[in-house]
Design a protein around this ligand. Structure first.
Ligand code: PEP
Ligand code: MG
Length: 900
């Protein structure tokens, strides 16, 4: 039997269910599920994602048999709804909506009110006696259809503000101006009838085509346009950002229309079963009386709150749904409870009230910011709605980032000049320079500038600029507007509905309360309160430890994870921060960072310039106490926890100035000629420094450096031990490729350590191990493990050397590689499990074959990347080490890896 292409739902029944998201998309699967649950859903059907994939493959041809299946499904809808599509007396109107497997809010297309033609209009007016309503529906159909089907799907590109929809909006504004009215609702039936004629003339003039007057032409035009919108520019951009595969395709949902704009007993709204901004367990939402869904999202009118707890500054004076329509509110609140119990997660729902009758148009798992995700996960677990393991899996590790993000410093905030107030759509603080369009935001951010994207309202076309912005500010829109939804999903600071802003995107000017601000001017946003300030306000680091639910969730994560989490830190301050974030030791202390301080670089340079062992020793003697002091600070900060210290790694030329001005300065300081410096720079020059004289190769040719460093470590360890600090030093040799290299450095280290022990009379237990970052080391790990007491995978170098991509130059081609799908992910961010991963597994297997209890970790950047952490867990490592701010992310990711 041929594969089923169309799935019906309605009247308490459905062909599909919530589990069929891959085939029916999220919207279709959930409409089916709600219908099965007996929740009132307008009847309809879903055309599968497989049809979309097929449609794409055949460059826009529908599979055989689809037309028949659609006809049959339409018949069923007609029966349930008691009206017929295209029939003049009692016409059925339908909507055509996209619905991908994973929600892509606003990225694809929708066409409403399909089926209105010259013939059916009259029938509909005769039936419901409401001319205004019918022509309002018609003008909306024309606007959407001409934009979505006749322009976008036809591949017509327009300049900003020149699209057909915009031109039609201008016609409507002209009519409103002529009538002297402000709102669309003030135009009467005759006005709207005339407007639809004006619209159709305009379409003919601009697009050189007639607006279709056949209901089936409209239907198939809309279905094709929705399929094509999967490959629209903004949908593609969104998929790149969210990592959604291109192959998924979208389903198309065709559904009987219900109308929220049939008068005062009709309404439409969007709600969340819990507050998506805070996670609080309250029913939260907005609605508009006498409106269609697009009016709520577009932010044209100020939406009203569904209940008292949802009221905002902007809606506090407006009556709630609970007050206006108590019976329907009650019914909605019951559905809220039902849906949340059924789906066991916060739902984002859309509803329409048509003539005092409630219909649900959508339910889906609601997007939430990090703080809300944590609160919901913890509270739902405490309510016994979900298990602890599920709670752990409910929070994406990256969402913790938001909690760890800065806020405006209240002290400087209290003194700052307030510019405006809007809705707090995304919490936290954002400080940046104003830009007025997405491309500028993207371009400026690429140059390393901090920007705030300021728009009247955002649309899905703006996502490329929204992502790299520090914050987003819009003049229009409510908590469910596009900007708010997208920012919330990303956990970005965002203020919407800031009505006092007067923005001219074209002139790049923002005026507010008699002030003018221009592109490049600095503003600061408090996204938690919705306040915009002039200028740059200081920001404070986040304090996640003050968040009760966060602490609980992290406690659960810690009890479930198997991996230890360490940090990469090379000074006491970073070590303390990391420890506060839950680090259980230092996995990598890069000692070279300690040589760059103004008081140290001179001694370091002296050592490099010295041309006899004596001169070198003298310089190293100066460095010894400085290094020792650093280690003392770090050991104290990490009292009781292990500290892995890596010996000098980078090539020595990195410590010398490369430009003539600095070389002259250095020459003057050191009392040598500039030629001497230049000769040294010349002699240290390498064609491939990353593969050159660095790591243990330095320590082997200049053992005095290793000697000094080990002495500093061990003397610091003895001194701090004497002071009662618990010290667990782990000395790590970098860039080892052979057992003999490691052996050379290890023997030297042991002899120095023993010397320090003898002299100090204090025995501190220490380990000597190696980094595994040269592919050869992974291969001969069994040999190295004969004498190495721990391994730490340096996946930065291991990636570099396995791929043969220079870490410093790969930025030139990797973006292209990602765009052309040569690589699935940036290999220096997310571990290449297929290739580099094999070397890691091999290294672990061979290392432990020799030494079963070998302690193994990772200290490359991948140690803070959730996917890579999952890999490390599976590979059987003991710990991952990452930068201080990523420690909580790693703790959660490690727990997720353990419970998955
Ligand atoms: C590594 O190579 O992964 C590493 C941690 O060392 P570095 O980045 O300092 O080379
Ligand atoms: Mg390295």
């Amino acid at each position: 039997m041929a594969k089923k292409m169309v799935y019906c739902f309605g009247n308490g029944k459905a062909d599909g269910n919530a589990k069929m998201k891959e085939l029916l998309g999220g919207k279709g699967a959930n409409l089916a599920e709600m219908s099965r649950l007996g929740i009132p859903v307008p009847a309809g059907f879903t055309i599968t994602t497989e049809v979309c994939t097929q449609f794409m493959k055949t460059k826009g041809k529908y599979p055989k048999g689809l037309e028949k299946e659609v006809e049959n499904a339409l018949c069923k809808v007609e029966k349930i709804m008691g009206s017929r599509f295209g029939e003049t007396q009692n016409p059925l109107l339908i909507s055509v909506r996209s619905g991908a497997r994973s929600s892509m809010p606003g990225m694809m297309e929708t066409v409403l009110n399909i089926g209105l033609t010259r013939a059916t209009i009259e029938g509909l007016i005769a039936k419901n006696g409401n001319k205004r309503f019918v022509y309002d529906a018609y003008r909306r159909l024309i606007m959407m259809y001409s934009d979505v089907v006749m322009e976008k799907a036809a591949g017509i590109e327009t300049k900003e503000g020149m699209g057909i929809r915009h031109q039609l909006e201008e016609e409507m504004q002209t009519m409103k101006d002529e009538r002297g009215v402000t709102f669309d609702t003030e135009l009467d039936g005759d006005d709207l009838k005339k407007l639809t004629d004006i619209f159709k003339d305009k379409i003919k003039q601009v697009l050189k085509k007639d607006f279709p007057d056949d209901p089936y032409d409209q239907l198939w035009g809309a279905i094709g346009a929705v399929f094509k919108s999967w490959n629209g520019k903004r949908a593609i951009a969104y998929r790149r950002i969210e990592g959604i595969p291109d192959e998924w395709g979208t389903a198309v949902n065709v559904q009987a229309m219900v109308f929220g704009n049939m008068g005062e007993s009709s309404a439409t709204g969007v709600a969340f079963t819990r507050n998506p901004a805070t996670g609080e367990n309250i029913f939260y939402g907005e609605f508009l009386v006498n409106a269609q869904g697009e009016d709520v999202v577009a932010g044209i009118r100020t939406p009203q709150a569904i209940n008292v707890v949802s009221k905002s500054e902007a809606s506090k004076h407006l009556p709630s749904l609970e007050k206006l329509m108590p019976v329907l509110y009650d019914q909605l609140a019951k559905i809220r409870t039902r849906l949340e119990k059924h789906y066991r997660d916060m739902q984002d729902i859309e509803f329409t009230i048509q003539d005092d009758k409630l219909f649900m148009l959508q339910t889906r798992v609601g997007k939430r910011n990090g703080a809300a995700a944590i609160r919901m996960a913890v509270e739902m677990c405490e309510e016994k709605l979900i298990t602890k393991k599920e709670a752990i899996l409910r929070v994406r590790p990256a969402q913790l980032d938001e909690l760890l993000h800065p806020m405006l410093d209240p002290k400087s905030e209290s003194k700052a000049q307030k510019l405006a107030r809007g809705l707090p759509a995304g919490p936290g603080g954002g400080v940046g320079q104003i830009v007025f369009n997405a491309d500028d935001a993207e371009g400026w951010a690429k140059q390393g500038k901090k920007v705030i994207l300021v728009r009247n309202e955002t649309s899905p076309e703006d996502v490329n600029g929204m992502k790299p912005s520090q914050a987003i500010l819009t003049a229009k829109g409510g908590m469910t507007s596009h900007a708010a939804l997208v920012a919330r999903g990303w956990g970005k600071c965002c203020i919407v509905g800031c009505g006092t802003l007067n923005i001219s995107a074209q002139k790049k000017v923002l005026s507010v309360n008699g002030k003018e601000l221009h592109e490049g001017d600095w503003i600061s946003l408090n996204g938690t309160k919705g306040i915009v300030y002039e200028g740059k306000i200081a920001v404070l680091p986040a304090q996640p430890e003050k968040n009760v639910q966060y602490k609980k969730l992290m406690g659960w994560a810690d009890s479930l994870r198997k991996l230890n989490i360490r940090t990469n830190a090379d000074n006491p301050n970073d070590a303390k921060i990391a420890r506060n974030f839950g680090a259980e030791g230092i996995g990598l202390c890069r000692t070279e960072h300690m040589f760059f301080g103004p008081d140290r670089i001179a001694a370091m340079r002296e050592m490099i310039l010295a041309d006899d062992p004596e001169g070198q020793k003298k310089a190293l003697k100066k460095l010894l106490p400085l290094q020792r002091g650093d280690f003392i600070g770090i050991f104290k900060a990490m009292n009781g926890l292990p500290v892995t210290i890596r010996l000098l790694d980078p090539p020595l030329h990195e410590f010398l100035p490369q430009d003539i001005k600095s070389q002259t300065e250095m020459a003057n300081q050191m009392g040598v000629t500039v030629e001497t410096i230049q000769a040294k720079v010349q002699s240290l020059h390498e064609l491939n420094p990353m593969l050159g004289h660095r790591g243990c190769r330095l320590g082997i040719t200049q053992p005095e450096i290793t000697e000094m460093q080990v002495r500093a470590i061990m003397e610091a360890a003895c001194r701090t031990t004497k002071q009662g600090v618990k010290v667990y030093p782990e000395i790590m040799i970098p860039l080892v490729g052979t057992k003999t290299e490691f052996e050379h450095q290890r023997d030297l280290a042991i002899s120095v350590a023993e010397d320090v022990t003898r002299k100090s009379g204090i025995r501190v237990k220490y380990l000597i191990g190696t980094m595994i970052e040269v592919p050869r080391a992974a291969v001969v790990a069994d040999k190295i493990a004969e004498i190495a007491e721990f391994f730490s995978f340096g996946t930065n170098d291991l990636t570099q050397m396995t791929f043969g991509y220079s870490r410093d130059d790969a930025g030139k081609f990797l973006p292209d590689y990602l765009a052309k799908k040569i690589l699935p992910a940036e290999p220096f961010q997310t571990l290449d499990q297929e290739g580099v991963g094999q070397l890691i597994e091999l290294g672990i297997k061979r290392g432990r074959a020799t030494r079963p209890n070998l302690k193994i970790g990772i200290c490359g950047e991948h140690g803070g990347d959730p996917d890579s952490i999952t890999f490390c867990h599976k590979a059987g490592m003991n710990y991952v080490s990452c930068s201080p701010f990523r420690v909580p992310i790693a703790r959660l990711a490690a727990a997720q890896a353990a419970v998955k």
